[in-house]
Design a binder for this molecule. Structure first.
Ligand SMILES: Cc1cc2nc3c(=O)[nH]c(=O)nc-3n(C[C@H](O)[C@H](O)[C@H](O)COP(=O)(O)OP(=O)(O)OC[C@H]3O[C@@H](n4cnc5c(N)ncnc54)[C@H](O)[C@@H]3O)c2cc1C
Length: 302
């Protein structure tokens, strides 16, 4: 694939298992790493001109790619990860700092930046993997807070290459969702944090990471929580009390530690994870009368 004015990297038949925390997923026909906005615009123009499908990949930490891979172009923003202070202002409640982060920046990098600068507000993100772009799309968070809470504005790129700036209220952040028009990419996010004592921020981050280690399975590839928490009860509790901890299909297993995690015990196929998800959904419906909805995104061909 030759693209005029494209300075980034293109790979063909790239296994997506290399780009997902699940280590699962067949190949993408085309895998592109644009270097900057102009590259992205050139790439989108080429994609549109050829009538190709595309998918925007963040860290691949909330993603299950089917075994047949993806017919089209997977776009990774990994090469676009600048984080910087944009401006500071004083208001009721203290000294505030607006930090801008490109979509490809790892969320952990943004958090480390905040800690180093002695900025509070992002501690809830401690231990959440993935990128800033993914955190915007998924409104990533925990009971301690969500990404939408700290957003000031987000810059989007339309499929036609226009820049669109959306304020927090226009993004309609909800439980693991927000509204992004079809085909738009998140280019960067501006977040508002408050100056605080660096040691205190560090201590809160450490506390949350330690608590996470107690709760979540470590070591085996996974994609975090598989199902959204329904109103009735946490998905993990419903799955556990339906007797499903430790249940396997092929090499996919409902974690013994946290029942809303399905882990890849080694060479699991997407079809194993999907079959286990169906089994879990059916059993939870039978036992509790609750319909579970996936939190993970599922893409690609069988
Ligand atoms: C061990 C573990 C623990 C986790 N804990 C949590 C948790 O506590 N809370 C939580 O909310 N999540 C958690 N997750 C899930 C996951 O980390 C989050 O959903 C994360 O925000 C996904 O980011 P990502 O960059 O990996 O996105 P991906 O998985 O790559 O993509 C997710 C979705 O976002 C879209 N997307 C990504 N970047 C862009 C962009 N720039 N423009 C447009 N669309 C984009 C993708 O197209 C896809 O639809 C966990 C996952 C793991 C593996």
């Amino acid at each position: 694939m030759e693209i005029a004015n494209f300075k980034g990297e293109i790979k063909l038949q790239e296994p997506l298992s290399r780009h997902t925390s699940y280590a699962i997923g067949g190949p993408a026909d085309v895998f592109a790493y644009p270097l900057d906005r102009n590259d992205l615009i050139a790439l989108l123009r080429e994609i549109r001109g050829n009538g190709l499908r595309y998918f925007i990949l963040g860290g691949g930490t909330n993603l299950l790619v089917r075994d047949g891979g993806f017919r089209g172009v997977v776009i990774s923003l990994q090469r676009m990860q600048a984080v910087k202070i944009e401006r500071e202002y004083r208001s009721i409640g203290g000294a505030f700092v607006v930090v801008s982060a490109e979509a490809g920046a790892p969320l952990s990098r943004l958090l480390s930046f905040a800690v180093e600068e002695g900025l509070t507000g992002l501690e809830f993100a401690a231990g959440i993997p993935g990128t800033v772009g993914g955190a915007v799309c998924m409104n990533a968070g925990t009971v301690a807070g969500e990404f939408g809470d700290v957003i000031d504005a987000v810059t989007l790129l339309s499929p036609g290459g226009e820049l669109v700036i959306r304020g927090r209220e226009e993004m309609a952040f909800g439980y693991r969702t927000c509204t992004i028009p079809d085909g738009h990419l998140v280019l960067d996010a501006r977040i508002i944090l408050r100056r605080d004592d660096k040691k205190k921020v560090q201590a809160r981050v450490k506390e949350l990471i330690d608590a996470r280690k107690q709760r979540q399975p470590a070591g085996l590839p996974n994609a975090g929580s598989i199902f959204k928490n329904p109103h009735e009860e946490s998905a993990g509790k419903l799955i556990e009390t339906a007797g499903l901890k430790g249940k396997t299909v092929g090499n996919a297993k409902v974690s013994d530690k946290h029942a809303n995690f399905i882990v890849n015990q080694g060479n699991a196929k997407a079809s194993d994870v999907l079959a286990l998800m169906e089994l879990v959904k059916a059993k939870v419906l039978e036992v509790h009368g609750v319909r579970l909805e996936p939190e993970i995104k599922i893409i690609g061909e069988d």
